[in-house]
Design a protein around this ligand. Structure first.
Ligand SMILES: C[S@@+](CC[C@H](N)C(=O)[O-])C[C@H]1O[C@@H](n2cnc3c(N)ncnc32)[C@H](O)[C@@H]1O
Length: 170
């Protein structure tokens, strides 16, 4: 299948809404990143999670983004900030990306989208990998932590899951 056909087939799993910066910072703190680890932001929007991961935590960060416009502007931001050695963006469908080297996956999708993604995460992620989801839980998994955070005048939830312990059915 050519890249263009793959784009047509890809399903939009969430509209673009950026996580407020305090939420991004807390998500990455909760991920407990260690040197040499790799973060994937599935549906990376303007790349703000990649930027904080690379700038503050100095880890490799990979974003996947369906929107060509957002993928392009993220790539330009990373270049401007001098982060292209650590952070990059894949323009494509997050359901198709290889997550074999992911130590941390960040998500800000929708509950139903997390349902669709769950089997892929269960299949691809290694034990000890962490999944950090903004606002929407992953149904059927038990979180290792749930935090509430006030930002941009509303309450945000951050769900933390660890492979494989959190995979026990609720
Ligand atoms: C709610 S935004 C989150 C942006 C960023 N992760 C953040 O937290 O600031 C969701 C993003 O997922 C992207 N998206 C939706 N479906 C996608 C898919 N199938 N593959 C890749 N990206 C997708 C949207 O274009 C949007 O930018």
């Amino acid at each position: 299948m050519c890249a263009q056909e793959a784009q047509v087939k890809a399903q939009s799993l969430a509209p673009y809404v950026g996580s407020p910066v305090p939420v991004v910072e807390r998500m990455l703190e909760l991920a407990n990143l260690r040197p040499g680890e790799t973060v994937y932001d599935l549906g990376c929007g303007d790349g703000r999670i990649l930027i904080v991961a690379a700038q503050k935590h100095r880890v490799k960060a990979v974003g996947v983004e369906l929107s060509e416009r957002l993928a392009k502007s993220t790539s330009e931001s990373l270049k401007k900030l001098g982060l292209s050695d650590l952070a990059s963006v894949i323009h494509g469908d997050l359901m198709e990306v290889n997550l074999a080297d992911a130590d941390v996956v960040t998500l800000y999708l929708l509950r139903d989208s997390n349902d669709l993604l769950r089997p892929k995460l269960e299949k691809s992620l290694h034990p000890g990998a962490r999944i950090i989801s903004h606002d929407y839980e992953i149904r059927g998994w038990r979180p290792t932590a749930v935090e509430h955070l006030e930002a941009s005048k509303r309450d945000h939830k951050i769900y933390v899951y660890t492979v494989p312990m959190s995979f026990a059915k609720k």
